[in-house]
Design a protein around this ligand. Structure first.
Ligand code: BGC
Length: 386
């Protein structure tokens, strides 16, 4: 009798303790309804000419916003966002296949590095040594050279956190690559949140002083990729000044007020309103307001609205500058996703960055990364409707 009672008590204790230990565990691992709708999938995208395998990651959030990213060049190939009626459309230019990206293109959706935009005559002098970089834009160096960060295969790691999914890309740029000094270890993390934000966080470290200026080169069209030009998009830039350029698009070194010029987007203005007054169209670095070099914080840099779809995009950044490029060199020779042809001004870029040619412009904020220091930069593209 005593033995039976002991057994019953023991079984009850075991059952009770299991319930106790299981319950909180289950609670901790059960995703919320919002989290359950977030996903990240990986598919094979193809192989590079050198035989390296490349994948395509699809990040989806609870609002059905979906971003596709390949570890070839860290390229964002597609961003599906809802319009004011909840209809999804792809708002970035690009291609359906890896093969077409490999054939060459004007940096659609890519990570640009080591140096976003131009370095005059492809050279700079650092601590008495002159470095010669690859010249791939006339005599100048553009977007990291002949084989920049947009054309290399990055290592990728999937990330799933509370209310966000992402891909962490890493790449080691060897000492001497494209003429740059130092082994540079770069990490770029793309994250999609349930607030319809695409966050890009950049980090880099070096073992020798080197210029670093990483950026992202999506061509946006909030009316849908290939649907028409972007001249009717209404743009606000939080920048009172810009850096004027010479004929080779190299900054003169001046920081010029935009007031009373066609460069002024400090109040909402259609991109096409005065574009004919700007030779070649917009392809300029804006000096973003309120940048504090000692403590760079996320500030609103731009807001763009496409009146028909009602889609709105905001750009927030920790960087001092932003290249506003109105797709001037698109000329109808590129056929993109779903067979759509990309004509002049069919997309615009807002590339958050340090100013072009900073290594040769002592009055610009420095872009030199020293060993033992960390380069960081965060930019957030947020999508809304109005
Ligand atoms: C540059 C343009 C260039 C384009 C594509 C932009 O960031 O400012 O001059 O044509 O990228 O390469």
């Amino acid at each position: 009798m005593k033995q039976k009672l002991f057994l019953i008590v023991m079984v009850a204790v075991v059952i009770f303790s299991q319930c106790q230990s299981r319950e909180p565990q289950q609670k901790a691992t059960l995703p919320t309804e919002e989290e359950a709708k977030m996903s990240i999938t990986k598919t094979f995208f193809g192989k590079t000419g050198g035989g390296q395998a490349v994948d395509l990651y699809t990040l989806t959030n609870a609002n059905k916003m979906a971003v596709k990213i390949t570890n070839y060049g860290g390229i964002v190939t597609s961003i599906m966002v809802p319009d004011k009626n909840g209809e999804l459309d792809d708002v970035v230019l690009g291609f359906d296949t890896l093969e077409t990206y490999l054939e060459g293109h004007p940096y659609f959706g890519a990570i640009v590095g080591r140096y976003g935009n131009r370095i005059a005559k492809g050279q700079f002098t650092l601590k008495g040594v002159t470095y010669k970089l690859a010249a791939n834009n006339g005599e100048n160096h553009l977007h990291g050279g002949i084989k920049g960060f947009d054309k290399v295969v990055w290592k990728a790691k999937e990330i799933k956190k509370e209310n966000e999914v992402g891909v962490r890309l890493s790449y080691l740029s060897k000492d001497g690559e494209e003429g740059y000094p130092g082994n540079l270890s770069a990490v770029v993390t793309y994250t999609l949140t349930n607030d319809n934000e695409l966050k890009i966080h950049y980090e880099a470290e070096t073992d020798k002083p080197t210029p670093v200026n990483l950026t992202h080169h999506s061509y946006f069209n909030l009316g849908g990729a290939g649907s028409g030009d972007v001249l009717g998009h209404v743009l606000t830039l939080h920048a009172d000044r810009y850096t004027p350029v010479d004929v080779g698009l190299i900054p003169t070194g001046e920081l010029k007020p935009v007031k009373d010029t066609p460069m002024d987007f400090t109040t909402p203005t259609a991109i096409g309103k005065r574009i004919h007054e700007v030779k070649g169209g917009y392809d300029h670095n804006y000096v973003l307001n309120n940048w504090d070099e000692s403590q760079p914080s996320l500030r609103l840099a731009a807001r763009v609205k496409e009146p028909i779809s009602g889609r709105v995009m905001e750009v927030w950044t920790t960087e001092p500058g932003m290249q506003f490029y109105s797709g001037n060199f698109l000329d109808g020779t590129i056929t993109g996703k779903k067979g759509k042809v990309y004509h002049k001004h069919y997309g615009f870029c807002l590339e958050t960055q340090h100013f072009p040619d900073s290594p040769n412009k002592p009055n610009f904020p420095s872009t030199i990364l020293e060993p033992g220091k960390e380069y960081t930069h965060t930019t957030v593209y947020t999508f809304k409707t109005k």
